[in-house]
Design a protein around this ligand. Structure first.
Ligand code: FES
Length: 352
């Protein structure tokens, strides 16, 4: 009844507030307008809910995400790569000390936020969780993206802000609890009793939903998690021998036999500490490429089918030149010279 009254007034001129001309067509248009206003945030809510569920499950299904620290695609390695470039780098220390705990916290946090948003249970709290996760990723993974609009975590933060302000009052558990609270008040229940009942039932629903998320996430991590593919498998440890060379400091080299055509071996640049891939894109042609994605600093995957892919936002780089094949990155991967010395490959200076 109240909704109907408000909708009739809204059907008037939006500029003056004057009621529109009477007639069945206007009434229908007013209803549609009111419907549009009411559900304006529903597509955004569905998108964010599905995306965060998918992101959480995708992490739990990823064999590298929870892998050992030596895996360049692990949560630990990605956090370590982001730390020097982040304005809150010092705050990442706890995540580097307990990477498994924080990796699971983020994955299950995304899942919980996604589920809460989809069913509209404690929608503002879920939106706050989503905004916190997006802000964290913006300040770490996306901080160095230039121009800023190519990074995707800032738009997510803004999207969550809209849900944080509006809540999830329609087609939601929150909406159901609110309507029931109104009925309880109408039949004379005290405000305290109404609040207690609403909170208790919301808590029961939250525990049930959290349990379902925990179960689905655990099953995904246990049964869906894949083994690392051959190209992404752990690369041999770098051999660092005495003398000078490379980008300064200790000489860095690997056995040529460890770098097959189309494959790579990972070494550390002694100057920066960054992981560098020594690659052989064509028989007898060697080069070195930094593993640090030029979009926002994630560690790119080892080469596969002539390209290095970034797991964070999908950039792809040419394995022979480091050139960008697919954005959002716009700058090529920094290149290193590699020279063959007998049966070994020596990492030289950064050349671009
Ligand atoms: S960090 Fe965004 S694509 Fe690599």
């Amino acid at each position: 009844m109240m909704e109907g009254t408000r909708d009739s007034v809204d059907a008037g001129d939006p500029g003056t507030g004057a009621p529109g001309p009477a007639g069945p067509g206007t009434g229908r248009a007013a209803e549609l307008k009111a419907l549009g206003r009411r559900y304006a945030l529903l597509p955004l809510r569905l998108f964010l809910g599905v995306t965060f569920c998918y992101a959480g499950l995708d992490k739990l299904a990823d064999s590298h995400y929870l892998a050992a620290r030596t895996d360049p695609q692990s949560f630990y390695a990605q956090t370590l790569a982001a730390k020097p470039h982040s304005p809150v780098g010092a705050l990442l220390e706890p995540a580097l000390h307990a990477p498994t705990f924080f990796a699971l916290l983020i994955a299950f946090g995304e899942l919980a936020v996604g589920l809460g948003t989809l069913v509209g249970l404690w929608g503002r709290l879920a939106a706050l969780g989503g905004a916190t996760l997006s802000l964290t990723l913006f300040l770490t993974v996306s901080w160095n993206v230039s121009p800023y609009y190519l990074g995707n975590d800032l738009p997510y933060l803004m999207a969550w802000t809209a849900l944080l302000l509006a809540g999830t009052p329609y087609l939601s558990v929150d909406g159901y609890l609110a309507r029931r609270a109104e009925r309880d008040r109408a039949r004379g229940l005290t405000e305290d009793a109404v609040r207690r009942r609403t909170f208790l039932d919301g808590s029961i629903a939250a525990v049930a939903l959290g349990g379902a998320g925990l179960l689905v996430g655990s099953l995904t991590a246990t049964f869906v998690r894949k083994k690392p593919g051959p190209a992404a498998a752990a690369t041999p440890a770098p051999a660092q021998s005495g003398g000078t060379g490379g980008s300064g400091g200790a000489k860095v080299s690997v056995a040529a036999a460890d770098v097959p055509v189309g494959g790579s071996a990972a070494v550390k640049d002694p100057a920066s500490g960054d992981t560098v891939y020594i690659l052989q894109p064509k028989a007898g042609q060697y080069c070195g490429l930094s593993s640090v994605c030029t979009h926002a600093g994630c560690t790119v995957d080892p080469p596969r089918n002539g390209a290095l892919s970034c797991p964070c936002h999908g950039s792809k780089f040419d394995a022979a030149t480091g050139a960008v094949l697919t954005g959002p990155a716009v700058k090529p991967l920094p290149k290193y010279t590699v020279t063959k010395d007998g049966d070994r490959l020596d990492l030289g200076a950064q050349s671009s």
